[in-house]
Design a protein around this ligand. Sequence first.
Ligand SMILES: C[S@@+](CC[C@H](N)C(=O)[O-])C[C@H]1O[C@@H](n2cnc3c(N)ncnc32)[C@H](O)[C@@H]1O
Length: 250
Amino acid sequence: MEGFEQYIEALISLHIGLERQGPGDPDFSDFIINQLPELPANPAIADIGCGAGAGALILARKFHSKVKAVDFSKVFLDQMMRRAAQEGLQDLIEPIECDMGKLDWQPGSIDLLWSEGAAYNISFEGALKAWRPFLAANGVAVISEMNYFSNKVPDVVAQYMKHAYPGIKTESENNDLINSSGFKVVAVHRLPSIAWWDNYYDPLRENIAALKDTADDVMQAVINDTEEEMNLFRAYQDDYGYSYYIMCAV
Ligand SMILES: C[S@@+](CC[C@H](N)C(=O)[O-])C[C@H]1O[C@@H](n2cnc3c(N)ncnc32)[C@H](O)[C@@H]1O
């Protein structure tokens, strides 16, 4: 367990200072937001697994409404609040240091639930189950999930995922999961693979270059795993990636 905690600490250190801690893109987020079903005025918003606030800041800017931003890393939450203060958005964002699977919010209290690149931490299915009760009547959720784009999964990818993400499913399986978890899929959009590189992997590579020479064994293991992940994605980015599921509570 101690080794696992050290690994997570090193993983967080590797991501410090980055605008995003996972794949995403502000223009793509705008595109998604512009397609959402109608929301009430001043919607109650949550960004779960918010990291340093990539989504929370966009949502606060766009809706001028309160955003509950949840992450278990205080380092990322602090970074988010510094960025929010620079834009005068600090009063709209409530940082919540908490396990995303143990939220104790009022049922029916959230109009728009947003989660990018984070639900897998409690499994996509687990996240749908845990978060559905928080949705208001006609509430909307946008959850991104890394999945296969078809049933035809190259062997090398399947082998890698056995240890990296054993719970990974196909887009079609995830659609079914959503529709049987008290939601209805409204639309599904795939994050273009270029966004992985431009907004996530390229900045991450700069952090790797800066840390590589002084990395201890744990950090070196995190760097090796991250480079393996990037190499796989470079070769197989047409076979898997993030799908953004827009869904409404039913
Ligand atoms: C891949 S990052 C995505 C961050 C952000 N949404 C983004 O797109 O930049 C996943 C985030 O989930 C957080 N996280 C992982 N497990 C968590 C848990 N059980 N509870 C709360 N946050 C968690 C991590 O600290 C990290 O910030």
